[in-house]
Design a protein around this ligand. Sequence first.
Ligand code: FAD
Length: 379
Amino acid sequence: MSFELNENQKMIAEMIRDFGAKEITPFRKEWDDEQKFPLELFKKLGELGLMGVLVPNEYGGSGFGYFEYVTAIVELTKLDPGIGLSMAAHNSLCTGHIMMFGNEEQKKKYIPKLASCEFLGAWGLTEPNTGSDAGNMRTTAVEDGDYYVLNGAKNFITHGVSGDVAVVIARTGEVGDSHGMTAFIIDRDTPGFRGGRKEDKLGMRSSETAELIFEDCRVHKSQVLGEVGDGFIQSMKILDGGRISIAALSLGIAEGALEAAIQYSKERQQFNKPISSFQGISFKLADMATQVEASKLLIYQAADLKNKGQNVTKESAMAKLYASEVSVSVANEAVQIFGGYGFTKDYPVEKFYRDAKLCTIGEGTSEIQKLVIGRQILK
Ligand SMILES: Cc1cc2nc3c(=O)[nH]c(=O)nc-3n(C[C@H](O)[C@H](O)[C@H](O)COP(=O)(O)OP(=O)(O)OC[C@H]3O[C@@H](n4cnc5c(N)ncnc54)[C@H](O)[C@@H]3O)c2cc1C
C-alpha cells in the first residue's frame, strides 16, 4: 500500500480547491449562519463527477476507488464540512445501497441520475426512538397485493426534505427479528411520502437534516432492494463503507483545523515572539499532527481493504472511532491556539469545532464503534 497520493487523488484535490475557492468559500458563512442547504451546489458537484465517485463508468459515475473517494471528502470538508457530509451521504449511503443491492433494472433507473445529481439521494434508517438500536425500528411496511404500505417516520435524515429519492428501511417482520426489515427505493413524489421538520443544528449547518414521514405510502414491490427481510443486514454492510466516509470527514476537519492553527501560530505574536516558538504551542501542534497522521493510516487501511473487496467491519469502525475523536480534539486545540479569536466567527476554527462533533455521533456513535470492534476482536 502506497502512502503517496496517486495522480487521480492529486487531480481531485486540485479540482476541488479551484472549484471551492469560487463556489464554496465565499458562501459558507451565509450557509452556516442561515442554515441554508445549497442544493444547486450539489448539481455542480455532480457535473464534476463528485456525486458518483465510486460509481462505475458504465452507470455514469467516475469509476474511482476508495482512495480517491477519501480525498474528495477530505478536500470538500476542509472547505465546508457540511458539504462534505452531504456529498458523502449521497455517495455512500443512498447511491452505495442501490449500487450494492439493487437489481440491474433499479441500477439503470437510478444510478446514472444519482451520479449526475439530477437526483439527490437520502437514506433512512434512524427513527425518533431507535438510533443506535436501529434494528428495533417501528416504521412498518405491510404487504398489500403488488405493493407494500409504509407507515411511520424516520428522523435525522440527510436530505430528508430535498432528496429526490430515498432508500428506506422498514419493518416487514417481527420486532426483534434482524431478518424482519426490508429496504425500499422510494421516489419523492410517491403519494403518502413527505419530508418533515428540519433540525436546527449545532454544526454541519449547510447539510440538510430532516424527518421522512410515511402515511399509507404505497410502494410497488419492484422498489424492494434485494431480498425481503434483508434490509437491516444490508444496512450494516452499507455502514461499513459509510464509516470510511465519516472517518474521511473527520480527517478533513482535523487537517483543516491543524493547517489553520499552524499558520496562525506563526503569525500571532505575543511576548515579542510568534506563539509557535513557545513549546506549549509547538507540543500541541506536534500532538495534533501525529494524531492526524495516525487517522490517515487507519482510514487508508480501511480504504485499501474496501478496494480489494474484503470485509472492513473492524477496520472501518476503528478508523471512524479514532479519526472522529481526533477531529473533536484537534478542533478543540485549534480554537485554543487561536485564543479569543478562535472563539469568534472571523476564523474557520470555531466552525470546525462545532462541525467536528457530528463525527463522533453520525453513522454510529463512538460507543457503538467500540461495540462493533469488541465483537470483531472477541469472535
Ligand atoms: C447531522 C446528522 C445526520 C444524520 N444523517 C443520517 C442519515 O442520513 N440517515 C440515518 O438513518 N441516520 C442519520 N443520522 C442519525 C445518526 O446515525 C444517529 O443519530 C446515531 O446513530 C445515534 O443515534 P441516536 O441519535 O438515536 O442516539 P442514541 O442511540 O439514543 O444514543 C444516545 C447515547 O447512548 C449511547 N448508547 C446507545 N446504545 C449504547 C450501548 N449499547 N452501549 C453504550 N452506549 C450506548 C450512544 O453512544 C449515545 O452516546 C444523522 C444524525 C445527525 C446528527
